[in-house]
Design a protein around this ligand. Structure first.
Ligand code: ASP
Length: 366
C-alpha cells in the first residue's frame, strides 16, 4: 500500500518546501480526523569492507551480530513507542558509538599521528534540517553533537575544537583520548604505518601500558586488506517521517585534518521525506565526489526508481565506475528499505513493525 505523507508543522524550513510537498503528497484523511499510523522501520549499518568469515571467526561473527541487533533494537524501541525517526537514529548510533567493535566514538580508528578525529551528521527528512561535526576528539557521542548543532545553533556544520567546546558548553559528555582508545585499532595503525615506512606516534597519554587488558575489537585487519566500521542508521516513524545519521572515526592512518563523507550532507548522509533517507560507508572521497546519498534520493525522487534499484544503481554502477568501494542503507516514507554494497561484507540489520529482525554481515546473505 502506498502511504501518503502527512504534512507536519515544519520548523524553520521555507514555506516553499511545505508548499512543494503539499503538491506532491495528498493527505489521506481530512483535517481533524485521527491520522492513521505509518508502520515504523529502521535499517542500521556498522561499516562495509573486506569482511570475511575467515577473518572474523565464529566468535567475532557472533559479537558483531549481537551488537548490531542491540543497536537496531534500541531504535526500534523508540519507534514502537511512537518516537521520532530522528530520536531512533540518534539512539541507535549512540549504542554503536559506545561499542568498541565499531569505528565510531569509542573504538574509532587513529589518524597517522595517533589521535582520534571523529565525524558525524544527522538529518531530519521532515524539514530538511541537518547538523554535522568533523574532527571532534572529545565528545563521547558525535551524533548527539551533530544533532545539537542542528537544533541549538543557526549553523549546519561545526569542526574541531569549536565543535567540542560547544558540546561541552551544552553539557554533552566529554572524554579524554584514552576513552576512545582500543588496543586492536592501535595495533592496526602501527602495522599500517610500519608497512608504509611512516613514523610510529607515541601511545596516547593515559592509555593502559602495552599488554594490559583493554576492550579489544575482534575483527582485525588482515594484511593487505582494508575494512571500515563506520556506523549509521535510517528510520521511518509512525508519523511518516524519515531521518538519517552517520558517525565515524574516518579512515585509519588518515592525515590529520582529513574529513570524509559521513558528515557531509548529501555525500554520506541525507534525508528528505520527498525521496529517502540514506547513510553511507566506504572510502569517503568517492562518496563525496558522487554525492552518493543525495544521488540515491535523486533517482527515487526524479526517476521514480524503487529504492533498491536506486541504491544498486549508485553503488554498482556509479561508485564502481570510479573504482570506489562501500555501501549504503536507505529507507523511504512509504516503508521501502534497502541496502547495497560492493564489498565482501557490510555489517547491517533491519527491522520493521510486526516483522523479524534481520542481521547480515557477508555478501552471500540476503
Ligand atoms: N566513509 C568513512 C570515511 O571515509 C569511512 C567508512 O565508512 O568506514 O571517513
Amino acid at each position: 500500500m502506498k502511504r501518503s505523507i502527512f504534512l507536519r508543522k515544519t520548523r524553520d524550513v521555507s514555506v516553499g518546501f511545505a508548499a512543494a510537498a503539499a503538491t506532491l503528497f495528498v493527505p489521506a484523511v481530512a483535517a481533524g480526523a485521527q491520522q492513521p499510523a505509518h508502520h515504523w522501520a529502521i535499517v542500521v549499518h556498522g561499516g562495509a569492507g573486506v569482511i570475511e568469515r575467515s577473518a572474523l571467526g565464529p566468535e567475532g561473527d557472533k559479537a558483531y551480530r549481537a551488537s548490531l541487533a542491540r543497536a537496531a533494537e534500541a531504535g526500534a524501541k523508540v519507534l514502537e513507542q511512537g518516537g521520532r525517526a530522528l530520536d531512533a537514529v540518534e539512539a541507535t548510533v549512540n549504542v554503536l558509538e559506545d561499542d568498541p567493535l565499531f569505528n565510531a566514538g569509542r573504538g574509532a580508528v587513529f589518524t597517522a599521528d595517533g589521535r582520534n578525529e571523529m565525524d558525524s551528521a544527522i538529518m531530519d527528512g521532515s524539514n530538511l534540517m541537518a547538523g554535522s561535526v568533523a574532527s571532534v576528539s572529545r565528545t563521547r557521542h558525535p551524533i548527539s553533537l551533530a544533532r545539537a548543532v542542528m537544533e541549538k545553533t543557526p549553523y549546519v556544520f561545526l569542526v574541531g575544537k569549536g565543535a567540542d567546546d560547544f558540546g561541552a558548553s551544552i553539557g554533552l559528555k566529554q572524554e579524554p583520548p584514552s576513552f576512545f582508545f582500543t588496543e586492536s585499532r592501535w595495533d592496526s595503525l602501527v602495522r599500517q604505518l610500519k608497512k608504509e615506512g611512516k613514523p610510529i606516534p607515541p601511545r596516547p597519554a593515559g592509555v593502559p601500558p602495552l599488554g594490559a587488558t583493554v576492550p579489544v575489537a575482534f575483527f582485525d585487519e588482515s594484511p593487505g586488506l582494508r575494512h571500515y566500521g563506520t556506523v549509521g542508521a535510517v528510520a521511518l516513524d509512525v508519523h511518516g517521517n524519515i531521518a538519517a545519521g552517520t558517525s565515524t572515526g574516518g579512515m585509519q592512518a588518515k592525515m590529520p585534518g582529513r574529513v570524509g563523507d559521513s558528515p557531509i550532507i548529501g555525500a554520506g548522509t541525507y534525508a528528505s521525506n520527498q525521496s529517502c533517507a540514506v547513510s553511507g560507508t566506504g572510502t569517503g572521497e568517492y562518496f563525496i565526489r558522487l554525492t552518493v546519498a543525495r544521488e540515491v534520493c535523486n533517482l527515487v525522487q526524479f526517476k521514480h526508481m524503487p529504492l533498491q534499484q536506486a541504491a544498486d544503481t549508485v553503488i554498482h554502477k556509479e561508485l564502481e565506475a570510479l573504482h570506489g568501494d562501500g555501501g549504503v542503507i536507505a529507507i523511504t516514507p512509504d516503508g521501502q528499505m534497502a541496502w547495497s554494497f560492493n564489498t565482501p561484507g557490510m555489517f547491517r540489520a533491519q527491522i520493521r513493525e510486526g516483522g523479524k529482525l534481520q542481521v547480515g554481515v557477508y555478501n552471500d546473505e540476503p
